[in-house]
Design a protein around this ligand. Structure first.
Ligand code: NAD
Length: 364
């Protein structure tokens, strides 16, 4: 089969981890006889430097013409000035909105071989396997008004937490659909004791639940969820939540897996189905880790696992996706580690070597 893939390497370690993801994708192509046509584009700081905008219109158009998008990471201290008119992250937000990617899926799975590489006790994280569904195009990051202004008593600023019932319904449905294919338990996270938008969220979640009698729905306050993730993470199966809560909780959850460098994500324009062909953008959950850039240190596994999600949800290639998952498992079992997941008696490798090892396993 033939697929068109937009590749947006971005900034910092972005280009390094993107290369390794593509290396593994090419190995899949060779083994299973698929061809992936790659279309490279600019986004983030590199686009600001070259074209003065974080998301050039050409990049957005190119993504729309492709079957899926691989985005590595954007941002860095060079573009961090709070006074700056344009920021690398604007590119990301515009891309998500412009491509209608409202559902962000972030699986959190603890690899048995990495159980000793995290800061948590092995008996707490053993068997952790859940998935976050984060709303991605609404809430505090997008709603208006959003501004800063001068008053006679100093500066003020506002952001808005706004959701429509349609926005809530479609994301909660994604949660229910995923739960249906798993352990049939959905935790909807909100702050309904203080936020009006959360009270609407909870009402709509209960309405949607009527269509999914086979799935158990529970509501959890975001602060309680933050605590439970550390105290008893195996409790969760599927978690659905709004944009900012999801942003924060997923970073917290990444620590269960040992490193940000281990967690993939998919941002989808519809309800996901394994083996389906829904349009999506696939990215590691980490940022551009500027201090590690150019040093061949970054862990490429989050990007490689994002490629596996792409095969599963956008290209309908389940067997190929499983091949990548198993290759990662095997390479870790053989003791190879990047610096972030390094443990006693293991073999330390750089970004490229980790990519080579996984690509070689994929090649069979
Ligand atoms: P970060 O995710 O870049 O780094 C957090 C920590 O994790 C650092 O210690 C880093 O070295 C480590 N880390 C991250 N990815 C790793 C990898 N693949 N392998 C090994 N270690 C890794 O977050 P940050 O430091 O808060 O932000 C750096 C820049 O990235 C900022 O400009 C931020 O705005 C941007 N950012 C971008 C995205 C994105 O592109 N989606 C997401 C988060 C942050």
């Amino acid at each position: 089969m033939q697929f068109d893939l937009a590749v947006l390497p971005g900034d910092g370690i972005g280009p390094e981890v993107a290369n390794e993801g593509i290396k593994v994708l090419q190995a899949i192509g060779e083994r299973f006889d698929h061809s992936f046509n790659l279309h490279y584009g600019l986004v983030g700081g590199v686009a600001i430097d070259q074209l003065g905008t974080a998301l050039p219109p050409d990049t957005l158009e190119m993504c729309r013409r492709c079957d899926a998008v691989l985005l590595a990471a954007v941002g860095g201290p060079r573009w961090d000035d709070p006074q700056a008119k344009v920021r690398p992250e604007d590119g990301l937000l515009t891309l998500r909105k412009g491509l209608g990617l409202f559902a962000n899926l972030r699986p959190v799975k603890v690899f048995p071989t990495l159980i000793d590489s995290t800061n948590l006790k092995p008996d707490v994280i053993q068997g952790v396997d859940f998935i976050f569904v984060r709303e991605l195009t609404g809430g505090l990051y997008f709603a208006r008004p959003k501004r800063q202004w001068q008053t006679s008593r100093g500066r003020r600023a506002t952001d808005s937490m706004t959701y429509s019932e349609q926005e809530i319904e479609r994301i909660v449905r994604v949660g229910f659909e995923l739960a249906r294919g798993r352990r049939k338990k959905l935790t909807s996270v909100d702050k309904a004791n203080v936020l009006e938008s959360s009270r609407l969220w909870r009402q709509v979640a209960m309405e949607v639940a009527e269509y999914y009698p086979d799935v158990e729905l529970e509501h959890m306050l975001v602060d309680a969820c933050a605590m439970r993730l550390i105290q008893n993470p195996t409790y969760f199966d599927v978690i659905v939540t709004e944009n900012m809560f999801g942003d924060i909780l997923t970073d917290e959850a990444s620590m269960l897996a040992g490193s940000m460098g281990m967690l993939p994500s998919a941002s989808l324009a519809g309800v996901p189905q394994e083996g389906g062909n829904i349009f999506g953008m696939y990215e590691p959950i980490h940022g551009s880790a500027p201090r590690r850039a150019g040093l061949d240190m970054a862990n490429p596994i989050a990007t490689i696992l994002s490629i596996a999600m792409m095969l599963r949800y956008s290209f309908g290639l389940i067997k190929e996706a499983q091949t990548i998952d198993s290759a990662v498992d095997e390479v870790l079992s053989q003791g190879y580690r990047t610096y972030d997941i390094m443990g006693e008696g293991k073999t330390r490798v750089g970004t490229k070597q980790m990519g080579d090892l996984i690509a070689a396993k994929v090649g069979g």
